[in-house]
Design a protein around this ligand. Sequence first.
Ligand code: NAD
Length: 300
Amino acid sequence: MAEARIIDGKARANALQEGVGRAVAALVADHQVTPGLAVVLVGDDPASHIYVRNKNRRTRELGMESISHNLQADTPEGELLALVGNLNADRGVNGILVQLPLPQQIDANAVIDAIDPAKDVDGLNAVNAGRLAAGRFEDALIPCTPQGCLVLIKDAVSELAGLNAVVVGRSNLVGKPVAQLLLAEHCTVTLTHSRTRDLAGEIARADILVAAAGRARMIPGEWIGPGATVIDVGINRIEGEDGKSRLVGDVDFETARHVAGAITPVPGGVGPMTIACLLRNTVIAACRQHGIAPAGALAV
Ligand code: NAD
């Protein structure tokens, strides 16, 4: 069996961002609309700070407005809900993202559901999850990482209809929405999780495998069918033999690359797609809020 094609998520994300940047330029020139993304961070989790800084930088690079709110770790829920209410009402803000996880005194679901569904660029509130489940793509905002997975899968596989897709992990953030997207593409979808009886047997039947369990290298190459397209969402930090920590996926890349047809590396696969899809969602949200048809570059 030939070596798998390594899917370059970084290059794909750059191409996607260029398209989003062109759409922003057209919105500014033709409609005098500058899309605005508000990112709210509560507390001082170092990883969250890095994510938020990257999001702000990329937003500005594409010519969009970036609005940042950094709140103290002990912020009461009511204060955060009031801020979300203000951002909902602010016409200069087209997308709102509240960085997760939130401190324990705050009910994350209450906050997520307080975001205006039209501005919910993370696609996590119940209205957008429902629209996605109902196949209402014209008014849903689709979660960013699942959207990124679908872009990579569509690049790798010319005809998805009828293929067996196996998703490992059933979170609201990744597993469930990925399964919905693949179902909408007419795949036969199996959604597996920690209680699945024969995970290896399910994975063996996959033409497309999306791994989103958050378990370092739990899927060995021998579980994967020859030629399968493997999308590894997992980001797990492990200690290397040299004592330094490094990131690995849920799939054992070194064994899987000899069996799969195409495979995403970790890092450099799905990860870079997430921010690109967030920026795309923000521009889609801005277009809808202004009654403007989104440009072709924004189609999923
Ligand atoms: P989660 O913890 O919310 O969900 C994990 C899911 O995996 C659960 O449904 C659980 O049932 C399942 N699972 C756990 N152990 C399993 C096992 N042994 N066998 C089968 N299923 C098992 O995690 P999440 O938020 O969905 O994230 C999953 C992974 O994706 C994490 O590593 C996370 O860091 C990564 N992630 C990456 C991006 C990105 O941008 N690339 C974005 C979000 C999440």
